[in-house]
Design a protein around this ligand. Sequence first.
Ligand code: GAP
Length: 523
Amino acid sequence: MFEVVVYFCSMANTEDQFKRVISHAKEYGYVFQSSDIYDGLSAVYDYAQNGVELKKNIRDYWWKAMVQLNDNIVGIDSAIFMHPTTWKASGHVDAFNDPLIDNKDSKKRYRADVLVEDYCLKIEAKINKEVLKATKRFGENFNKEEFLATNQRVLAYQEKINSILKRLGQSLEKEDLHDVKQLIEELDISDPLSGSKNWTDVKQFNLMFGTKLGASSDSAMDLFLRPETAQGIFVNFSNIQKTGRMKIPFGIAQTGKAFRNEIVARQFIFRMREFEQMEMQFFIKPGTQQHWYQYWKEARMKWHLSLGMQPENYRFHDHEKLAHYADAASDIEFDFPFGFKELEGIHSRTDFDLKAHEEFSGKKLQFFDHEENKSYVPYVLETSIGLDRMFLAVFSKALQVEELENNTTRTVLKLPAVLAPTKAAVFPLIKRDGLPELARGIVDELKWDFNVIYDEKDAVGKRYRRQDAVGTPFCITVDHETLENNTVTIRQRDSMSQKRVNVKDLKAIISEEVDVKHWLKKI
Ligand code: GAP
């Protein structure tokens, strides 16, 4: 059969592509709406048989890079329920708010800052349009960087974006919600659904979910579901430092669920109400935060790039508006199907958290520095990435449509092989002559090292397509020659190239492509 790629139709950053990502995730057993049979629960999702493997592989890839490969970083798994004072100390009770605005006509509620940011994205789209026009006009001679730096129209657009975002950042920082509303009115922003400009005032809304601990309603204690995993690390700082005999600088990492009552939650698994974070708090000597801030920005970007997705998919966005705990912060943004958005945050958190927990708990959270012969409250550098967001980043970039030589297309999920849920599918060419037994024997051998599956349904070409769509990096076909010389055909998902190899070499061939070591060594 023909399997030659003629050209690759990269799917543009469109709403269509995003819809396609969502339906592909459902069709191929990656992500389902939670409680689907009851018509779902908004912004809550379940990971299906393939999704759970992809998610686990991303989590492992992060854990290996952060914990296993750094002898000064250890992991923990703290509880979701925490003493309620934790959230008073962390500032979440008073300051973990979103600025919301309602439209009086449509009765829809929006995040005021997101309305302004979306307005800026529209201006950014105009810049991209200018770039596209110029690319067509100048062809090979086009220099994008020079164009962006000199074209007057582009510069004016960029200047407008900068000044809007600066004002938004300043108003939010000063809690000047009146000015945020004024900005929305000055920019003539309308309700994206109804077009109405009839807005209420902007108000703050706390994002934490409350719950109760205890049997009777009178004695029950009010608790919150944790909105970040970080506080579980801070409250364990002393326990870990002492029992692990950790010396500064050192880190504590954890992955786990976090909960936020997101108001604007309609971007699939990008913004969920129940999601998973992978966070690392790095405890450092006060005064060294600039060094470690740069260090972790670079280290985390290298981790992303090690997965082989193109560098132009990532950019840093340094914050104008800092969270209540930070003295510097930057996001690693990713080019999602709906444009560049935050994927990971790198925050210089100062000694805010440990100091606050000292104050509220009355316990010392300090480190005795033998070199300096004194105790101090360490500063903290945090890296915080959403596992679900990383899933969406990887999944949406991997989903591609290719046109083949025989005028057909194939849908292929080019997941980095290290992350793919299933590493190989084994097929008997036909369902007789002892080929199924041989194929099952190969599955039984390989399954000790990799997730592998057996498939005998339909013609081999159709089975290839099925595995391409689900993202399996290798297909192994057992045929009559296997009976004679113990060789099989192994086909590579991305290149579709096939070669004949001995069954005993399969493990080494697959390992070469899927082993974490092979990928993380690029860091
Ligand atoms: N401890 C710091 C912290 O939680 P954050 O910027 O609020 O910082 C960190 O969150 C990361 O968690 C984000 O970069 C994003 O990847 C992920 N995240 C935050 N809210 C999310 C949500 N509602 N749904 C999915 N992921 C979310």
